[in-house]
Design a protein around this ligand. Structure first.
Ligand SMILES: [Mg+2]
Length: 224
């Protein structure tokens, strides 16, 4: 296998998950006894543990209060998510299913790079029936640092799938571009999140697309 394509999840493959969003507030209340919404920070592209730490710091908790209970907080997020995902209505973004189908038919190895905790990421993708396209991933539960997630996913591809070749990272935020760049991959930005094509270009990705709908242009980049 000479191609590995690693997709971000939120705002790259799918739209917003209310259930995942609410899971943070639930866990913060249960574990730290605070009422706070993650929207007080710009969390796009951050890992779930990092989101929790930065939100709690912002409301005045310090690391010695946050870190000892962080694992418990992550477990509560997963619990809430798994108990409520059935009622969630997660949209798949335009062009995604068709692109994944084409890449899979071409024998390309596909993986995930997401700040989501692993059970949350798979739960979202299973709920809209696209989990089976992805063979591996780097998740927020593997490491707090997104660049490390890319390295973890590439290592899994090498160890489990004899992968040796070109790696692509596809994502919607400057943090995705930075992680892909730091892990020496080809970086592809897609403006389906809160950043426009022009804003994303400022961060120097190798390629930028408005959406994942223009299959020919995207395949040209991925398969050449
Ligand atoms: Mg994203």
């Amino acid at each position: 296998m000479n191609r590995l394509i690693l997709f971000d999840v939120d705002r790259t493959l799918i739209g917003r998950s209310q259930c995942h969003h609410d899971a943070f507030s639930y866990a913060f209340k249960k574990v730290y006894d605070v009422d706070v919404d993650i929207r007080i920070i710009d969390y796009g592209g951050m890992t779930d543990p990092d989101i929790a730490i930065q939100v709690l710091k912002k409301i005045g908790l310090n690391e010695s209060e946050i870190l000892p209970k962080l694992d418990q907080c992550m477990d509560m997020i997963v619990d809430y998510f798994q108990n409520n995902i059935k009622r969630d209505k997660i949209p798949i973004l335009p062009g995604v299913r068709a692109l994944l189908e084409l890449l899979t038919n071409d024998g390309i190895l596909l993986g995930l790079i997401t700040g989501n905790l692993e059970p949350v990421a798979w739960g979202k993708l299973k709920s809209i029936k696209i989990a089976h396209y992805f063979k591996l991933g780097g998740f927020g539960s593997d490491n707090i640092n997104r660049t490390e997630l890319v390295k973890i996913a590439v290592k899994k591809a090498e160890d489990d799938f004899n992968f040796n070749g070109k790696v692509f990272v596809v994502g919607d935020t400057p943090r995705d571009i930075k992680a892909g760049f730091e892990a020496n991959t080809v970086t592809i930005a897609v403006a389906t999140g809160t950043y426009s094509v022009d804003e994303l270009k400022n961060y120097g990705p190798d390629f930028v697309f408005e959406t994942l709908e223009n299959k020919e242009e995207i395949l040209d980049v991925l398969l050449k």
